[in-house]
Design a protein around this ligand. Structure first.
Ligand code: UGA
Length: 441
């Protein structure tokens, strides 16, 4: 099939490359000329395992190309994926400017049938707005071409996006016409593997499915974080509780890890956007409100532990920080707990020596040069003479450090672990004063 993908951000680029990989001809459109130039030269603007090779392979095979020309992009694909950003507005609602601009371009330049597929995370009702925008633009042109609109939300995880796309556990498709359903069925046939992965539904349900999935996962995390805080006070261990409840298939083991709060470009934004949608609809989402509040509090949990142990005034104190990214496998620091912890430590007069395997450039971009932040290229180097170590991201390289060397390097063997990387009994045995999340007893 001939496909156009509008937007070469995270979702667009993964979608374009993976659909080319199974033999489609894909043209990706972006208005950012510098980005397109990078892509044409074989580079990719984001870090995602396996993506660069896949892009290069498909470009070389002539199945994947890039353009900044709107008219050419609209003419190219029978299917037009909209995968542009939906940044949050000030009130938390998703800003649809780019989505509707893409719809307008399609209406402006189409000369025959197009299936327009929303892949961006968009509020329920957006497909109707896209349809209306295209219809209106066609009317203004005095043209009468047929088109269909569908919703096909993505469930990609950063760091595993290529794998998630190539081996999906489900493909959610919302349509309101047989023609659209048939096209998407055919397009996704190569990804079905051993059993049916397509979940067909109406458009609004597909749009809501995306938000409901992320909101449910965020809820599990906030729930476990609060259980962890309780476990600590009661002298129980959240890691044992996690295994105990996860064994129930109705609960399951995934996404039950307590920590120092969830971050990233999806959960915080999507929870807020869904709350906003619900408010507009006059429906209370009391649970999600609490999920958001609990997460904001959880991002301060490490700071509270530091203050309880070392006092409110941290002037002159030096901390090592392991991990800056919101999770391992990415350089993304959007809404990362590290940012809030850094700010809280700085506000109390402390300085920080930090290491992250891939987010150092991003940290420099966000925080700039400042005397109270030193970035070092090795986790052990961060420990020299520090008053304590804080663990913010569960990168694999942090899991089995040389504990003796750690102790020797630090001014005192004090560890605040926001990701429960180590065994508390072992840490105590080694002579560390160890503060994990929710591990009393
Ligand atoms: C999330 C979803 O997992 C994807 O399914 C979805 O497609 C994506 O959002 C999106 O909407 O685009 P992502 O934001 O990449 O993916 O990251 P996750 O792996 O879900 O982690 C999110 C946050 O939750 C991280 O800060 C992580 O540390 C935290 N987390 C995760 C926990 O604190 N505990 C857990 O048990 C799991």
């Amino acid at each position: 099939m001939k496909l156009t993908v509008v937007g070469t951000g995270y979702v667009g680029l993964v979608t374009g490359a993976c659909l080319a990989e199974v033999g489609n001809d894909v043209l990706c459109l972006d208005l950012d000329a510098a980005k397109i130039a990078t892509l044409e030269a074989g580079g990719i603007p984001i870090y995602e395992p396996g993506l660069e090779e896949m892009v290069q392979r498909n470009v070389a095979a002539g199945r994947l190309s890039f353009t900044t020309q709107v008219e050419r992009a609209v003419a190219f694909g029978d299917v037009q994926f909209i995968a542009v950003g939906t940044p949050p507005d000030e009130d938390g609602s998703a800003d649809l400017r780019h989505v509707l601009a893409a719809a307008k371009n399609i209406g402006q330049h189409m000369t025959g049938f197009k299936l327009v597929v929303d892949k961006s995370t968009v509020p329920v009702g957006t497909a109707d707005k896209v349809r209306e925008t295209i219809a209106q633009t066609l009317r203004e042109r005095g043209a009468a071409h047929e088109f269909a609109v569908a919703s096909n939300p993505e469930f990609l995880k950063e760091g595993a996006a290529v794998e998630d796309f190539m081996r999906p556990d489900r493909i959610v498709i919302g349509t309101d016409s047989e023609r659209a359903t048939q096209i998407l069925r055919e397009l996704y046939a190569p990804f079905q593997r051993n059993h049916e992965r397509l979940v067909l539904m109406d458009i609004r349900s597909a749009e809501l499915t995306k938000y409901a999935a992320n909101a449910m996962l965020a809820t599990r995390i906030s729930f476990m974080n609060e259980m962890a805080n309780l476990a600590e006070v009661l002298g129980a261990d959240i890691e044992q509780v996690r295994k105990g409840i996860g064994a129930d298939p109705r609960i399951g083991y995934h996404f039950l890890y307590a920590g120092c709060g969830y971050g990233g470009s999806c959960f915080p934004k999507d929870v807020r956007a869904l709350r906003h949608t619900a408010q507009e609809g006059g429906v209370p989402l009391r649970v999600l409100e609490a999920v958001d509040t609990a997460n904001a509090a959880q991002k301060q949990v490490l700071v509270s532990k530091v203050v309880a142990r070392l006092g409110e005034d941290l002037a002159g104190k030096r901390f090592a920080m392991w991990g800056l990214a919101f999770k391992p496998g990415t350089d993304d620091m959007r809404e990362a707990p590290s940012t809030e912890v850094l700010q809280a430590l700085w506000a109390r007069g402390a300085s920080v020596v930090a290491h992250d395997p891939s987010a150092m450039a991003e940290a420099r971009r966000i925080h700039g040069e400042r005397p109270d932040l030193t970035l070092v290229d090795d986790p052990m180097k961060a420990l020299d003479g520090v008053d304590a170590l804080l663990v913010l991201t569960e990168w694999k390289v942090f899991r089995s450090p040389n504990f003796e060397a750690m102790k020797a390097a630090m001014r005192q063997p004090l560890v605040f672990d926001g990701r429960n990387l180590f065994d508390p009994a072992k840490m105590r045995g080694l002579g560390f004063e160890y503060f994990p999340i929710g591990r009393g007893g």
